[in-house]
Write a protein that binds this ligand. Structure first.
Ligand code: SF4
Length: 202
């Protein structure tokens, strides 16, 4: 698929998501948050669901967790514009409740379609919900986020090799400030993978 075709396909998908009423969350959302960034990005980051501020501003990782994510990306020389960010759920769950099975099953096809359109080289899953759903998609065994975080999983897809790196959700550092060091260490591993990839291409 050519570059402009990816953007076009994502726009078509956005239209479907923006009018979606497949689960109860459509009743309380402000607007679905499809994702932020270019459909041509090689890196796809996946969070859990839009929070209160993301729902108002229609921007992924707009609140405190977003500031932490920016700091972590910055620590390995990545910018938000280098990645496409989306969530497992496209609509804000009231009181930030954990995504339930019915909500995920209703919404997950949109995320799968986004992956089909982008064909990313690297997927970063932020937190247990995104990690569990992506592991299920690629038939990887999901144990606990604490066991798999920071590890690199490689998948052979029909088109290319795909790397998946599960990470803790940056919001964990909002509640436990000491976790920022754990997040930084895991992001360093992500930075190493990116550096190795860049060296191989040179
Ligand atoms: S969360 Fe997903 S499935 Fe539910 S209404 Fe929003 S877009 Fe549709």
């Amino acid at each position: 698929m050519k570059i402009n075709q990816k953007e076009q396909a994502m726009q078509e998908l956005s239209k479907q998501i923006n009018s979606c009423e497949k689960c109860e969350l459509y009743k309380t959302r402000n607007k679905p948050l499809v994702g932020d960034g270019s459909a041509n990005a090689k890196i796809l980051a996946i969070g859990e669901s839009p929070g209160y501020y993301e729902d108002i501003e229609n921007k992924a990782f707009a609140g405190e967790a977003g500031k932490i994510l920016n700091q972590l990306l910055d620590s390995i020389g990545l910018k938000r514009s280098d990645i496409y960010i989306t969530n497992v759920l496209k609509c804000h769950p009231p009181r930030n409740h954990n995504p339930n099975r019915q909500e995920i099953d209703s919404c997950i096809s949109y995320l799968h379609k986004q992956i089909d359109i982008m064909k990313p080289k690297l997927i970063i899953t932020l937190g247990k919900f995104a990690s569990r759903e992506i592991f299920a998609k690629y038939n990887l065994e999901f144990t606990r986020i604490s066991e798999i975080r920071g590890k690199v999983f490689e998948i052979e897809t029909l088109e290319s090799r795909l790397k998946i790196i599960p990470l803790l959700h940056p919001a964990v550092a909002c509640y436990h400030s000491e976790m920022i060091n754990v997040l930084k260490d895991d992001f360093k591993k992500l930075g190493n993978v990116l550096n190795n990839n860049a060296e191989k291409q040179n």
